[in-house]
Structures are given as structure tokens and as C-alpha cells.
Design a protein around this ligand. Structure first.
Ligand code: SAH
Ligand code: SF4
Length: 368
């Protein structure tokens, strides 16, 4: 195990937002295309400068105006007066023996978020956060335990992916919004980030390789089904028995399993895409025969793919992971009713792999 917590801090600058002028300036990444064009018009600049700037920001992931060498120096100075260009600072990087790397990044206001890069032969998958903390309060989740700090902006979600790309020096081939936070409690920023990751002017990642994972906020699932892009959807189910699910996932109590079932039926009808159901197996809680029967009923005949996850240890948690034999029994029973199920290969098991754990553990060592 190569558990490298030696603070491999990137030498990128953090903008000093403490000075008043910086607070008044706007983050360039929060400016949309129309806003940027208007600013350039006011500065008497030709319209093509907008494309040049956007290429630096989104495709090249520039961290300062000085890098934008095809812009006149005077324009760079004018931009600097009005805008800031913020990139997160790496606080911690942990490298796992299997090649995956987990990062804790500090954002402009000092808030920290986690992301993970998982390489395989010719692929690089990234898991990004959509919020600092989470307000949904799932009983088994390290992020849920700490509550919500704040939602991230579109740029802050996008930036995590670019940070991993630049660290590996490789193209990112897929992204899952499965780090900290509930993407559908921060819908516009999360879907906006996917859109930018998909765009040829951004990271150029195929829509089917961009996945949202939600705890099941039904109105947003319905909205997502109507998005024009072919993004993928994963739903954290964890139990198909109402009482168990209510206890495990109190934040989605108001969205009943029956409604979730109907909404997912509509999603499949509308998109024709196969949703994934996440199911972390917890000994004696959601791995009983009754629970398995309910899961089979929920998933049969509706294109479901079930991802059985080995529960990650969360410090102070009362939950234990189920045995491997039990997980295999789930796979067997689900496949006997025609449901595809896989046991998720837990990458980075030797680092703080569970969502929220790195932040939690580093927090104890008092890094914000
Ligand atoms: N909020 C979203 C996405 C982030 S959580 C959601 O809940 O789907 C990403 C995934 O990690 C979810 O499937 C979540 O249920 C799972 N997860 C959380 N804590 C876990 C733990 N201790 N062990 C295994 N999986 C966990
Ligand atoms: Fe939030 Fe997802 Fe964790 Fe639940 S599992 S607390 S929704 S991050």
C-alpha cells in the first residue's frame, strides 16, 4: 500500500479573496458566454476574444490571465482588474496501490471537497463532488454525518475533473457525480458542469460517460429525463423496503418507493436508458431474504442494473458490511429474475475511499 498523505500540494496560486477588491471582482468561470461577450464589447474588443478566453478557461484549464498568451497584455490587465480566475488548491493527495488517487481540494473560501481519479489501461474515470458536505443525512454515509456546508458552483464541480486530468496528464474518459453531496439538491450547477464536460469546447466527454448519482429526489429525476443530452443516471436505493429505506435515508423519506418506482418507469420510457441502482450491503439491515425479495420485485422488468457495493467502513458507524457470500447470493437471485447485478470492485480500498472520509479524517488533523 502506498498511502501517500505527504501533502503533495500543487504550486498553483489561491486567489486572495480577503482583500476587498478581490471580493468585488467576479469569478471568470461564473460569467456565461453572453456576459463575457458584453464585457469584451464594453472594453472595445473584437468578439473572437471571447472564444480565445473560453478556450483558456475550459479546455486548457488556465489558472491565471498571464497564461493567456494570445491576448494582448493590456486586455489581460483589464480582465484582471474586473475578474479573478480561481482554481482549487490541492491540500492532500493520497495514492492507492491500484493506481487511483484521491484528492482533497480547497476552494476560494476555504471550503474543502474531495474527488478521485481511477485509471485503467486506456481510461481515466473521475468521481467528483457537487456539494461540500450533504444535507440528506444518510445513516451509513460519512458525508451525511457532517451536514451541508454549501453547494458548489458549476465551475467548482468542473474544476475537480480538470484537476485530476492535469495531475494524471491524461484525457478523462468518464465522470460520475458520486463524491460528496447530492447533485439533485444542486441541480443547475451539477447538470451545467456535465454539459460543460460534454461540450467540445470543454472536456469533450461523451454524454453516456457522464453520470449523476442521486439519493432519489423525484422531481429532479423527472427533470433530468427531459434533458436533451444522453447523460446516465444512478439511483442510490439501498433498500426496497420503505421502513428500512426511511431509516437509512431519512432525507428522502417524503419520496416513497412507489413514487420512485413510477418515476423510474417514466425515466426508462422517456430515455430508453438503463438506470443503475446503488445498493450498499449492510449486514442484518438490508441483506436479509425479505430485503432481497423486495429488491428483486423493485428491479425486475425495468431495465435496472444493480450495483452491489461493499459498505465502506465509516468511523463510529454501527453498520457492518455483509459477507462476500451474501453479495454473491444477491447476484444469483437477481439474475434468476432477469436483473443484471454486479458487485462493485472497490477501488482505492487502501486509501480513505468512502465518500466524505478523506475530508473527515483530514478535518480531525485540523485542515479546513
Ligand atoms: N448523494 C448522491 C451521490 C453521492 S454518494 C447519492 O447518494 O447517490 C455516492 C454513493 O456512495 C451513493 O450510492 C451512496 O449511497 C454511497 N455511499 C455512501 N456512504 C457509503 C458507505 N459507507 N459505503 C458504501 N457506499 C456508500
Ligand atoms: Fe448525501 Fe449521498 Fe451521503 Fe446520502 S449517500 S448523505 S445523499 S452524499
Amino acid at each position: 500500500m502506498q498511502n501517500d498523505t505527504s501533502d503533495i500540494t500543487r504550486d498553483r496560486p489561491t486567489s486572495s479573496l480577503t482583500d476587498e477588491a478581490a471580493v468585488r471582482r467576479q469569478d471568470l468561470r461564473d460569467l456565461d458566454d453572453a456576459g463575457l461577450r458584453e464585457l469584451l464589447r464594453q472594453l472595445g474588443q473584437p468578439a473572437f476574444r471571447a472564444r480565445q478566453i473560453e478556450e483558456w478557461v475550459w479546455a486548457k484549464n488556465a489558472s491565471s490571465f498571464d497564461e493567456m498568451t494570445n491576448l494582448p497584455k493590456t486586455l489581460r490587465a483589464q480582465l484582471e482588474e474586473r475578474l479573478y480566475l480561481d482554481v482549487p488548491t490541492e491540500v492532500v493527495r493520497q495514492a492507492s496501490a491500484d493506481g487511483s488517487r484521491k484528492y482533497l481540494l480547497r476552494l476560494a473560501d476555504g471550503v474543502t471537497v474531495e474527488c478521485v481519479g481511477m485509471p485503467s489501461r486506456d481510461r481515466l474515470a473521475v468521481c467528483a463532488s457537487t456539494q461540500a458536505g450533504c444535507g440528506m443525512g444518510c445513516a451509513f454515509c460519512a458525508t451525511g454525518a457532517s451536514g451541508l456546508t454549501r453547494s458548489l458552483s458549476m465551475a467548482e464541480i468542473y474544476e475537480q475533473v480538470m484537476h485530476v486530468r492535469d495531475d494524471f496528464g491524461r484525457r478523462v474518459t468518464s465522470v460520475v457525480l458520486m463524491g460528496q453531496g447530492e447533485p439533485f439538491a444542486n441541480y443547475d450547477a451539477s447538470v451545467g458542469a456535465l454539459r460543460k464536460l460534454n461540450s467540445p469546447d470543454g472536456a469533450g466527454i461523451g454524454a453516456r460517460h457522464l453520470t449523476v448519482s442521486t439519493c432519489g429526489i423525484i422531481p429532479m429525476i423527472m427533470r433530468f429525463a427531459n434533458e436533451p443530452e444522453q447523460f446516465s443516471l444512478a439511483v442510490s436505493l439501498h433498500s426496497a423496503v420503505q421502513r428500512t429505506r426511511d431509516a437509512l435515508m431519512p432525507g428522502v423519506k417524503k419520496f416513497s418507493l412507489i413514487h420512485l418506482y413510477d418515476a423510474m418507469g417514466d425515466y426508462v420510457d422517456k430515455t430508453g436508458r438503463r438506470p443503475t441502482y446503488e445498493y450498499a450491503l449492510i449486514k442484518g439491515v438490508n441483506d436479509t431474504d425479505d430485503e432481497l425479495g423486495a429488491l428483486c420485485d423493485f428491479c425486475r422488468d425495468n431495465l435496472a442494473h444493480v450495483n452491489l457495493i461493499k459498505l465502506n467502513d465509516v468511523k463510529g458507524s454501527r453498520f457492518q458490511p455483509s459477507s462476500d457470500a451474501r453479495a454473491q447470493e444477491f447476484v444469483r437471485r437477481l439474475s434468476s429474475v432477469g436483473v443484471v447485478a454486479t458487485v462493485r470492485n472497490s477501488r482505492g480500498a487502501d486509501i480513505d475511499a468512502a465518500c466524505g472520509q478523506l475530508r473527515q479524517n483530514v478535518g480531525r488533523r485540523s485542515i479546513r
